[in-house]
Design a protein around this ligand. Sequence first.
Ligand code: G3P
Length: 217
Amino acid sequence: MKFFVDTADIEAIAELNAYGMVDGVTTNPSIILKSGRDIMEVTKEICDLVDGPVSAEVVALKADDMIAEGRKLAEIAPNITVKLPLTWDGLQACKVLSGEGKMVNVTLCFSANQALLAAKAGATFISPFIGRLDDINLDGMELIEDIRTVYDNYGFETQILAASIRSVNHVLDAARIGADVMTAPPEVIKKMAAHPLTDQGLAQFMKDWAKTGQKIL
Ligand code: G3P
């Protein structure tokens, strides 16, 4: 499973990158707002730091304007993935930009039918939002499962990018189903390392080691 980090926080990306945990980065207008940075500048910095795909989202609503914004964002670096909303206009922009050889991430996906359309329009990634479905008492993981089935039935190469991941259990469930990629905030990725039995076991080892009176270095 590829790990994308859902943030524009340069320090957090650099830290996780040093652990080999960053296969790519995803951003959106809310994340750019949170960063307090200029979209072009911060996205360029992220692209310089990370080898994998970096999603930068258009904000236009009409296909022609989305295409123009997508082309501009794609000029930032070769690893830019143009992020487009799953609307009828977004699908048209997806078809055009993917036809130009650009990576495209179709976002705000909430149904398997939407995901089917994105695959047919040539999306590189489809981003189903798990947490936001859970928020309204629907099953986000069921959507990942349905998309996996539909894509596998027909051999679509569009990668399932599980997004709106809020917990470590979301990561595991998406991995069990076979999502190709997941994108999560840095703190969720770091939490995956935590286990109380690891802490307890380590504390006991340290106690016993101190009793031996030995040193390794
Ligand atoms: O990757 C999508 C993500 O940024 C949305 O997450 O937690 O705002 O639903 P959330």
